[in-house]
Ligand binder design. Sequence first.
Ligand SMILES: [Zn+2]
Ligand SMILES: [Zn+2]
Length: 322
Amino acid sequence: MIVVHDVHTHNVFSHCCTDRTASTAAYMQKETELGMKVFGLSNHIWDESVKGCSYWYSHQTISLAEEAKASFANAPAGLKCLFGAESEYYGCFDRLGMSVEGAKRFDYLIIPHSHLHMRNEVMSDFPEIIEIRKRIEAEIREACPYLEDDTVKVMMSSLKEAHLKKYVPEMTTDLGRFNVRAAIDNFLALVENETFRQICKTVPTSIAHPFGLCGVSNSLKNGYLQLIDDATLHDCFARAKKIGAYVEINTGAVKECGLDLAHNGLMRVFAIAKEEGCQFTFGSDSHSVKALEVIKVGNDVCKYLGLTPSDIAEYLRDGVIE
Ligand SMILES: [Zn+2]
Ligand SMILES: [Zn+2]
């Protein structure tokens, strides 16, 4: 089976896109050159009707993102274009960045549970970081009593984990287990979230890069994935299947774990999802025109896992060739 769809792409609208040539028009052109039949644009979007997003998300709203749809009118012949979004799930607050009403404005959605780099939103700080953060904040307040509360908060929020680690005498937390626990807990909480369940019934929705551990260095990812046992993965995907959520095979994330698929930790994850009867969608997670090429890894994954068209989400059946 050949994959001829890519429904996880970010153009210049997404703040993490570094390729200034990554316009919707350039993507449509490149997808055609790659032989794709279905192209889905899925920028990072937080529904502006939902309160409580970070500053980063505050300018990545549905209304602003919708402008891109106008470009679809100039799509090359033979390329079906879908308007989607990669929204967000803040595990720390059980908060979804998309309402059911907002979801209706899209052809499909992808929702991640593993943007673990979004500390204190998707995943909490490590315990040692929480401690050192408290200590520094207390010392700033004591040394500078004239600083207003919001000023101190801004100062503290600028101190990221990498800075703070320098002041921790010893990190005793098992970082692998801590990261993996957060990913598992978020997955289980996401599939229980009532808004997410409603959205899955409203528009085709995939769990984006399941167990793709964002923020963890690539060299550690396979090792961390081994910390998740089969039973836990079976439980996660059985629940996803039950509520009608699709599972994304994110070829960018696959590449990060290594192109030797026999030693790629994500293959066990997808194989278990398949055993549970989940259906899949493919996406490159491209943030540049060039990176759209990574979707080709999907063909190797199909072969490795023995996927057939019936394993693909209904709405993308014309996005695969048998
Ligand atoms: Zn993502
Ligand atoms: Zn993405």
